[in-house]
Design a protein around this ligand. Structure first.
Ligand code: SF4
Length: 304
């Protein structure tokens, strides 16, 4: 019985594999159209030139080497027995199909790797790539992750995303028409976005039929454009209580069957602010307590 008041992805993994399964982040050596000049060079406002979510990756090794290293760490820490290879930083479908196949196959050839997660952007999914991803969806436990961050074009422009919501919607439709599992990333607290605008996002995700969501707090990390704005006092970040309330409001509006893959993050060693977010488990416990206090859960506002 799931004790959480939301639908955690860890439970889905236990159901699928009969044990805890850990994700190992790996770097496939990709870049991103929002950095290499195809779409832009500055990147998203919150991303450094090391790519988003790059903390803790054993760079400079082969795919298999990174996975073996990650397995050793996870086994020592958690006694894990099964793993999912997570192609995380930059845009992990931004290469010709033959190259993608080599990298994904190398990951799957590592013993005890039972699945693949591939993170990318909506503009890196031409039809031949989607067909390739469908092949992996058939032969392994496969998830595609797409960054949305915000469904509001004004915000997307402000954060330098390099695509609009229309492009994201079209990509989601192509992914879902092939029956590929899809997880979407959103960020709460983006500059200039109101609370009301943020709380419109769950209804949009419900309508799109996504299978999973990663909710991120806006982090100010070193070597990002956001860090420059923060130092000039132009960025306002939520307090912990405000963020917890926002996440609970968000969850209450989200369909209960959507898997929650993340509710906050710790920002890693590059974190400048907000410092309270570094205590990730404290934030997660406070979210649990707030849902309990409200007597509500994921989707409860949809059932009234
Ligand atoms: S799409 Fe991802 S990798 Fe590219 S600039 Fe934005 S956050 Fe960074």
């Amino acid at each position: 019985m799931n004790e959480k008041r939301y639908n955690p992805f860890s439970e889905e993994l236990k159901r699928q594999f009969g044990c805890r399964v850990h994700r190992i982040s790996i770097d496939g050596g990709f870049t991103c159209p929002n950095r290499d000049g195809s779409v832009g060079t500055a990147g998203c406002i919150f991303c450094s030139d090391r790519g988003s979510g790059s903390f803790g990756i054993a760079r400079g090794m082969s795919i298999a080497g990174q996975l073996e290293h990650g397995k050793e760490v996870m086994t020592r820490k958690y006694k894990s027995k099964k793993f999912i290879a997570y192609f995380q930083p930059y845009s992990n479908t931004y290469a010709p199909v033959e190259r993608l196949r080599e990298l994904y196959d190398e990951a799957l050839s590592v013993p005890e790797v039972v699945g693949l997660i591939v993170g990318t952007r909506p503009d890196c999914l031409p039809p031949e790539t989607l067909d390739l991803l469908k092949e992996y969806d058939k032969k392994t436990y496969f998830w595609l992750e797409l960054g949305l961050q915000s469904p509001h074009d004004r915000t997307l422009e402000r954060i330098g995303r390099g695509h609009d919501f229309g492009a994201f919607r079209a990509a989601v439709e192509s992914v879902k028409s092939r029956g590929i599992r899809l997880c979407v990333h959103v960020i709460l607290g983006l500059p200039g976005e109101s609370r009301e605008e943020m709380l419109q996002t769950p209804a949009i995700l419900n309508d799109l039929g996504v299978d999973g969501v990663k909710i991120h707090l806006l982090h100010v990390n070193r070597d990002t454009r956001l860090a420059g704005l923060y130092e000039k006092g132009e960025i306002c970040l939520p307090e912990k209580a405000e963020y917890v309330e926002l996440v609970c409001d968000f969850l209450e509006r989200l369909k209960p069957e959507i898997f929650i893959q993340r509710l906050t993050g710790d920002g890693g060693k590059d974190l400048i602010a907000p410092r309270w977010s570094a205590a990730k488990f404290e934030v997660l416990n406070t979210i649990d307590d707030e849902l309990e206090r409200r007597g509500s859960r994921q989707g409860s506002l949809l059932q009234r």
